[in-house]
Design a protein around this ligand. Structure first.
Ligand code: ADP
Ligand code: ZN
Length: 621
């Protein structure tokens, strides 16, 4: 090699371009927005701080540089299960990857360490507590390293929900490995956390890459609760029958009951909550990952580190406590970018329950104030009449200039009505009856019911008795729900949901200001689906498959391979890849190589098998 050539080949890279690695190894066409910039930065030896939503494609941001640069990339990841899945998926792609964590025995660890020292690894995944052991650090100093990737970087944030003290030690990477580029990645959005990450990981010179937090393939829908179980069944059977999904409930009892409800209807539904023993939980999670079409019914304990790309819906039977939680939980749908639904029902009782829990919780006034603001923002999303996505993104400091067209308020715009008089009646009824009663009773008084409790308490004589006949009981419920959601009424924290006036309601009570209320869309039985255009956008792509038999043959081929290898089916090929095979009808290995998600290693290992699975169904061209 002459000198001229030497000066153009950068010693720390293999010479293959990021685009070539993307095609050859991953079988993908092009980088997504920002991925290319991030990868170029890291390949060139720079540090990077990456904020991308779930499903945005963070992994490629360090996996591609790991393959372009020489040496081993060390990936720090807090979730052992996730680490194992990622390593399995990389191995399927023909990438030399391994992990170090507490689940392995001494021999396994030795093997991995030897592979590291002899330069046989492209990527080494490592749990943070393992990394910071002096023994590991010393080994790494002897090894040839290409980069450090710090995944779930928000774990350094003490105020966040996933704080890990081990993560604080990662600041040492800056001083002990000065020449090695570092890339930190997270899906946690806010500015404060981002600053904290940069400080605590000493990423002072890192370029920041912040991508939009929009998840355009997720359709957001929030409906007023009428009969939650019925609504859930209607939703699943109309739109997601046979799909994989997650149903979130607040309590363990409700998880169990909802799982039974779904099982009775013939769905493969499994419960998941902290009250089940560890073995059952692990086996339910495993089935969810490995089998097709499983519905997990869970408390929020479920989901951390679930990397499954083809979750088609997330349903909330109860209201999350904050928009952060809502965004994170709904974000588990549609990581593969295919149409998915975030569906929720909520009602007055949810609002009351959450408000009461919050007031009764331990914690000082400041803590409660913050929690209250978060809940208000969540309720705000439920009651908006504009595009939900715009509201959600604005909360995270992101903007969307035009309404999204893929949320229920866009697809089926809610009507509003002038609620001035009704609100005055409602508030005044609370006042006249002494702020001691719950919503059912208040509605009875307003509608002039002659039940015994009212007669005994003498409330037939109050001035608001019977003045609300113009609205149905359900309409009044909606009025009260909106008043509580917007902070004009509060539920007595010690009592049984007695409603009390707040300071804010005064101008409304006096009729000094106008108020627009949301009309809950009327739901005909069996029809919870947002109408008007959603069907084409949100139709499951598997439904578009004309040839169900061919589809099933491809899935069976994938399942057999997955079982043989002991990996989840999506590690072999994503649904999107199978769908493309069906659509493009490859007849040769060369045709097959053009399919998204089919890289060189998978083409060689599986190409022929999928070709022969498809063969009987090939359309003559
Ligand atoms: P994150 O870690 O940000 O949640 P992942 O890295 O798991 O997201 O990527 C989400 C999905 O998108 C994965 O299935 C991944 O294979 C796919 N993906 C990422 N980048 C691309 C790309 N450039 N082209 C096609 N698919 C991609
Ligand atoms: Zn919208």
């Amino acid at each position: 090699m002459d000198f001229e050539q030497l000066s153009t080949v950068r010693p720390e890279t293999t010479g293959e371009s990021p685009e070539d690695v993307l095609h050859r190894v991953f079988g993908y066409e092009s980088f997504r927005l920002l991925q290319g910039d991030i990868i170029r930065e890291v390949v060139a030896g720079g540090d990077a701080l990456v904020l991308m939503p779930t499903g945005g494609g963070k992994s490629l941001c360090y996996q591609v540089p790991a393959l372009v640069r020489t040496g081993t990339a060390v990936v720090i990841s807090p979730l052992i299960a996730l680490m194992q899945d990622q390593v399995a998926a990389l191995k399927e792609l023909g990438v030399k990857a391994a992990f170090l964590n507490s689940t392995m025995d001494v021999d396994q660890a030795m093997d991995t360490e030897n592979a590291l020292m002899t330069g046989e690894l492209d990527l080494l995944y490592c749990a943070p507590e393992r990394l910071i052991q002096p023994r590991t650090l010393n080994l790494l100093k002897e090894a040839s390293l290409s980069l450090f990737a710090i995944d779930e970087a928000h774990c350094v944030s003490q105020w966040g929900h996933d704080f890990r003290s081990d993560y604080l030690e990662l600041t040492r990477l800056a001083t002990e490995f000065p020449g090695i580029p570092r890339i930190a990645l997270t899906a946690t959005a806010d500015e404060r956390t981002r600053k904290e990450i940069a400080e605590r990981l000493s990423l002072t010179r890192a370029r920041h890459f912040v991508s939009s937090f929009d998840r355009p393939n997720i359709q957001y829908r929030i409906a007023a609760k009428t009969n939650a179980n019925r609504q859930l069944l209607d939703f699943i059977s109309a739109e997601h029958s046979g799909d994989c999904g997650i149903v979130y409930c607040l309590s363990r009892n409700k998880v169990d009951a909802t799982a039974k409800l779904l099982q009775k209807q013939g769905y493969a539904a499994l419960p998941y909550h902290a009250g089940l023993d560890a073995r059952t939980r692990a086996s339910h999670q495993e089935r969810f990952l490995r089998e097709d079409g499983i519905i997990i019914v869970a408390t929020i304990a479920f989901g951390m580190g679930i990397d499954k790309p083809d979750v088609r819906f997330v349903a909330h039977m109860d209201l999350p406590k904050s928009l952060e939680a809502y965004y994170q939980e709904t974000g588990r749908a549609g990581r593969d970018g295919k149409p998915s639904t975030a569906w929720m029902v909520y009602g007055l009782q949810d609002v009351i329950k959450l408000r009461q829990m919050l007031e009764a919780s331990q914690g000082n006034d400041q803590f409660k104030r913050v929690e209250r603001q978060k809940l208000d923002a969540m309720l705000g999303l439920c009651e908006v009449t504009q595009c939900r996505r715009q509201v959600l993104l604005r909360y995270f400091g992101d903007t969307l200039d035009t309404p999204c067209g893929n949320c229920d308020t866009c697809l089926n715009p809610p009507e509003t009505w002038d609620g001035k008089v009704a609100v005055q009646k409602a508030l005044s009824c609370v006042f006249r009856t002494g702020q001691r009663f719950g919503v059912t009773y208040l509605i009875d008084v307003l509608r002039g019911s002659e039940n015994e409790r009212i007669i005994q308490s003498g409330h037939q004589a109050v001035s608001t008795y019977g003045i609300g006949q113009e609205l149905s009981a359900n309409e009044w419920k909606s009025v009260f729900r909106q008043l509580v959601a917007n902070g004009y009424l509060r539920a007595d924290p010690d009592g049984f949901g007695a409603l009390q006036l707040t300071e804010e309601c005064r101008p409304l009570l006096k009729g000094e200001v106008d108020i627009e209320l949301r009309k809950d869309p009327v739901q005909k039985p069996g029809k919870t689906r947002a109408s008007g255009g959603s069907s084409s956008r949100n139709r499951k792509y598997v439904d578009e498959v004309e040839d169900k038999e061919a589809w099933e043959a491809l899935r069976a081929c994938r399942k057999a391979l997955a079982e043989e290898k002991g990996v989840p089916p999506y590690v072999i090929f994503h649904d999107a890849t199978l769908f493309e095979i069906l659509e493009k009808q490859p007849a040769t290995l060369a045709d097959m190589a053009d399919i998204t998600g089919v890289g060189a290693a998978k083409l060689e290992k599986y190409g022929a098998q999928f070709l022969s699975a498809l063969k009987p169904f090939l359309r003559t061209r």
